[in-house]
Design a protein around this ligand. Structure first.
Ligand code: SF4
Length: 252
């Protein structure tokens, strides 16, 4: 018994101090991309061609990035003859609107808070049903991490629950394969009103690497009304936590 107590004292308190203290992101973390400005038309075209997932486009000769499609693979800086895009370590990527995910002037609008009545309902207690709609398990694994002692999602009153009947919302990962479509829609229908929809990861937002597959939908945008988009492949747990807390008005 004494050994256990001594060990607990030695380990101390492991839960991170976020959001009171900003997290220190790992050196290799790829956060909010910064686009090179003043590219020549040829460099811009080279950069667009270098992205295998059509996340880059040219908007009037200016490079534009769809953050919802970006897999943060870093192929574009390597393929283009100069750095068209560089990654910052800013983990605050979650947004409320799909159109806010198109980045061309390096000004990014992070998620806003729900309206007052929804915040009153869910601000201190939010139960979510997670549905993996054809995901590869990377997004799902990092959502699991949110419930571990470092992030301790439950201290904010947010928990994943087993039944949609007990849930206030749905958190979807994966591109929504045809086989998972009806299960996803049935789960959504089983959640009582009012309810929230969260798209976590590039696949759930825009189909990810499967966006052109006839067996997969282009994420959940055409199927469900989305309240929060969390970009990444997979999103870092701090990106997901930041988005959830912003949506609930717990941080600004
Ligand atoms: S990081 Fe990858 S997915 Fe994102 S724009 Fe570059 S090549 Fe495309």
């Amino acid at each position: 018994m004494l050994t256990i107590i001594r060990e607990r004292l030695r380990q101390g308190h492991r839960t991170g101090k976020y959001p009171k203290v900003e997290p220190i992101m790992p050196e290799r973390f790829r956060g909010l991309p910064q686009l090179a400005q003043n590219l020549t038309p040829q460099s811009c075209a080279d950069a667009v061609a270098s992205c295998p997932f059509t996340a880059l486009s040219s908007n009037g000769g200016k490079l534009q990035l769809d953050l919802g499609r970006c897999l943060f693979c870093a192929d574009c800086p390597a393929a283009a003859d100069h750095a068209a895009l560089a990654f910052s370590n800013d983990y605050r990527l979650a947004t409320s609107r799909r159109e806010d995910m198109f980045l061309d002037d390096n000004v990014y609008h992070v998620a806003g808070m729900l309206n007052k009545s929804m915040r009153k309902l869910f601000g201190r207690s939010l139960k979510l049903r997670q549905v993996s709609a054809g995901g590869c398990n990377a997004c799902e694994a990092d959502l699991n991490v949110l419930s571990t002692l470092v992030f301790d999602l439950a201290r904010f009153g947010i928990q994943f629950v087993a039944s949609p009947r007990h849930a206030d919302g749905i958190m979807v990962t994966g591109p929504v394969t045809e086989n998972m479509k009806s299960a996803l829609l049935d789960t959504y229908a089983a959640i009582p009103e009012p309810k929230l929809v969260i798209a976590s990861g590039a696949c759930a937002i825009a189909g990810g690497p499967y966006c052109n597959s006839p067996e997969a939908h282009q994420g959940i945008g055409d199927l469900l009304p989305v309240d929060l988009y969390i970009p990444g492949c997979p999103p870092h747990p701090y990106t997901a936590l930041d988005g959830l807390l912003r949506m609930l008005g717990r941080i600004e």
